[in-house]
Design a protein around this ligand. Structure first.
Ligand SMILES: [Fe+2]
Length: 463
């Protein structure tokens, strides 16, 4: 009963303090009225798993308190039916009735952002500002929401507020500058100045034979990356490269047989670096299309030689513990469903791959860590990988499903290490990165994205 009184009071407070919520919450019986309206119109069941209609405000609040995350499926049902206002009311009420759980609310915001449900995400932010208190994490999410929806003035004020609340803020400051630049305003600092004051490449570079584990973890936390020099011996890399090249030789013929264009390039599964006969590798790839990365369709081919090689080196160097500690998991694992072997063939012109954060592709919450390394590499003549050396606490505004505007950051602030064959780059799923080719890069490069998850993966391959 106390909770109900408090929520009602907070809903009223929300009306006074956060103007957008006023539109959503007109009376303490709004939820019930909207529920009744939906029931009459038979738009969709409000409680998806039972199909039963909620009949009282008390029941609404009890349900939201007991199963807070169910609000996302309820909201999705409403939003899909075009009932945006009802969805926003339900989300605001759920946020208020679970106040004090800021990280949960930020998860909701990110998931709604993934689905481009900006109005709904903003409703959660607005209610969280009331229920959870004014917090820089909420201000940052509101800033990103405004940025994504083109409201740059509003974005600037939110990002400034967020930056003021975080010590050593960098992502909010960078975005605030990007918004000002887009509006033709003067900026307090350039991207170059901000990153020069924040990032020291030598503090993100380590030697595999001797390193301070705490320093690598600090680098991952701060910059979202750590370059490990000499992680792999050269000879095995060259052997893997020869195997991959043999399996991928004349790949265009295989693509013809699959009915996909010759430019088809989603990468190849781990078994391209395995010991199975070439004929079996190619038959498996052809027959598993379009579920190319479904481990259940990889019978008869061996995906494990490359993971065994990687896990052995991680164990020998002690990096496996660093990664486990960073991801807070007891045992490392990867999956053939996720790891991609890629070959980039430059075309003699400047080319940028999609600028993105891996976490945006797979999880809004549990951090992903990628170990990227090439099987052949010569710096300057081959396409390479570059990063914004920032481990975002969120997801930068996107201009597509997961792509960040290539022009958002001054390209001079991206870190493009001088890799050598044998190096490995540990990269947080919250660090923006992209593949890049320049006109003078004439040679092809083959590499692997070897991923570690702190969440469930299909058919895990353990260390
Ligand atoms: Fe990536």
């Amino acid at each position: 009963m106390a909770l109900k009184r408090w929520v009602r009071s907070a809903l009223k407070t929300a009306v006074l303090q956060v103007p957008p919520v006023k539109r959503l919450v007109e009376s303490r019986n709004t939820l019930l009225q909207e529920n009744e309206s939906l029931r009459r119109q038979r738009v969709a069941p409000v409680v998806p798993e039972s199909g039963r209609w909620i009949t009282s405000l008390d029941e609404w609040l009890a349900r939201l308190a007991a199963e807070p995350d169910s609000v996302l499926s309820i909201a999705d049902t409403l939003l899909t039916a075009g009932r945006n206002r009802e969805a926003e009311v339900v989300l605001a009420a759920a946020t208020l009735s679970t106040s004090g759980h800021l990280s949960r609310h930020m998860q909701w915001v990110r998931r709604l952002r993934y689905a481009k449900r900006h109005g709904a995400a903003l409703a959660v932010c607005n209610a969280a500002l009331v229920g959870d208190g004014d917090n820089p994490a909420i201000r940052r999410e509101r800033g990103y929401l405004f940025f994504e929806s083109g409201q740059l003035d509003a974005a600037i004020s939110e990002l400034d507020a967020a930056a003021a609340g975080f010590p050593d803020s960098v992502e909010e400051t960078l975005l605030g500058v990007a918004a000002r630049r887009a509006l033709g305003r003067s900026c307090p600092a350039t991207h170059e100045e901000i990153i020069a004051a924040y990032f020291k490449p030598e503090t993100a570079t380590f030697k595999a034979e001797r390193f301070d584990p705490a320093a690598i973890r600090w680098s991952l936390e701060r910059y979202g990356c750590a370059l490990i020099r000499g992680l792999f011996p050269i000879d095995p890399l060259m052997q893997f490269h020869a195997v991959i090249d043999r399996n991928a030789d004349n790949i265009g013929e295989l693509y013809d047989a699959m009915g996909v264009p010759r430019g088809f390039n989603v990468g190849w599964p781990l078994y391209f670096a395995g010991t199975s006969p070439r004929s079996a590798v190619r038959a498996c790839f052809r027959d598993s299309y379009p579920q190319l990365f479904d481990p259940a369709r990889m019978g008869g081919v061996d995906s494990t030689p490359l993971p065994r090689f990687v896990f052995r080196r991680l164990l020998e160097t002690g990096l496996n513990k660093v990664i486990r500690d960073h991801l807070r998991i007891p045992r490392l694992y990867t999956s053939a469903a996720i790891c991609h072997i890629r070959k980039f063939v430059p075309e003699g012109m400047a080319w940028f791959g999609e600028f993105h954060q891996d976490n945006r592709l797979y999880s809004s919450d549990a951090e992903i860590l990628t170990l990227w390394f090439p099987f052949n590499y010569l710096h300057g003549t081959m396409p390479t990988l570059e990063f914004l050396p920032v481990r975002s606490r969120s997801h930068f505004p996107c201009v597509s499903a997961c792509g960040i505007d290539n022009a958002l950051f001054d390209s001079r602030v991206l870190w493009r290490p001088q890799y050598q064959l044998g190096d490995g780059m540990l990269l947080s799923g919250y660090a923006p990165h992209r593949t890049v080719a320049e006109p003078q890069m004439k040679d092809s490069r083959t590499s692997v994205d070897f991923w570690f998850f702190a969440s469930d993966v299909p058919a895990p391959i353990y260390e």
